[in-house]
Design a protein around this ligand. Structure first.
Ligand SMILES: [Zn+2]
Length: 285
């Protein structure tokens, strides 16, 4: 897992931004670390032995991606994730450059300019995570991947990953299917949407999908009789965030001009019989 990311200005070796991913923060002096990375990178260039891409200590693996006038450094625990981490570092580098290329030209040394960038790092990292570990072999290991990170990632992150996967799935609805849905010409093509949702959710577990009215608003109710997410968990503060996100991403990803608010109204982890999710139809987007 990626533990921390550093963005360093080449030449000056200034630390521009830094983002830790785990609660277990590596208590390291950022400017000292930046200085070391810049020095190594400078030496390998001077010696013309090519750019350094990684090195290892007893505890960590340090991956370095050089891009334009910045160095993006990732500190990693496991050794078998290079492809995923490097692809993430590349995307972070490109986005940082796109946003701050001009600020860096006349930069006065105030890192406040970059202070919101860690939010973007988060988004890139977890989107890449969703793509790499879930989308690629979908739906094969979706549940096992979620189980493996359920206690590592914050609930809002699990929801974010769910949203990304749901959106990606909504993009697999073919033009032909979309035309069919639209051709019904109703205000809201309920039947067709229910069918699509059911097909998707059945990838996780057998579901029941029906339409309901909640406080005068149309809604879609999805019941998982054996929810794979909270199976074996008894915890009142738990919720099946990945599924909530997934339903949200999927329904809102269907470009029909409708938007939905999604929540879990009952959860097996709280002692309810089943996990029940409600998607309330909001006004048109
Ligand atoms: Zn649940």
């Amino acid at each position: 897992m990626l533990l921390e990311v550093f963005i360093i200005q080449k030449g000056t070796s200034f630390l521009l931004a830094r983002k830790a991913f785990t609660k277990k923060e590596i208590r390291m002096d950022g400017s000292l670390f930046s200085g070391m990375i810049s020095a190594i990178s400078l030496f390998t260039n001077e010696l013309k032995i090519g750019e350094i891409q990684f090195f290892e200590t007893n505890d960590y693996r340090i991956l370095i991606h050089s891009w334009k006038k910045i160095l993006i450094v990732g500190i990693v625990e496991e050794k078998d994730e290079d492809e995923f981490i490097i692809s993430t570092l590349k995307k972070i580098a490109q986005e940082f450059w796109k946003q701050f290329q001009y600020s860096l030209e006349n930069w006065n040394g105030d890192t406040a300019v970059f202070e919101n960038f860690p939010i973007t790092i988060d988004e890139i990292f977890y989107s890449e995570f969703a793509q790499f570990y879930i989308e690629r072999n979908y739906p094969n290991n979706v549940i096992s991947v979620i189980h493996s990170v359920q206690y590592k990632f914050e609930p809002h992150i699990l929801r974010f990953i769910g949203i990304r996967i749901g959106e990606a799935r909504s993009n697999t609805i073919s033009q032909k299917q979309m035309k069919k849905i639209i051709s019904f010409g109703q205000d809201f093509p309920e039947k067709q949407i229910l069918k699509l949702v059911e097909k998707e959710i059945n990838h996780f577990s057998i579901s029941e999908v029906e339409s309901k009215e909640v406080a005068g608003k149309k809604s879609i109710q999805i019941t998982l009789k054996i929810c794979p997410i909270c199976r074996g968990i008894h915890d009142n503060s738990f919720s099946c965030d990945f599924i909530i996100g997934f339903i949200h991403g999927y329904l809102n990803g269907i470009k029909l001009g409708f938007s939905f608010n999604v929540f879990e109204s009952e959860c097996h982890a709280h002692g309810d019989q089943y996990c029940v999710f409600s998607a309330i139809l909001q006004q048109e987007k």
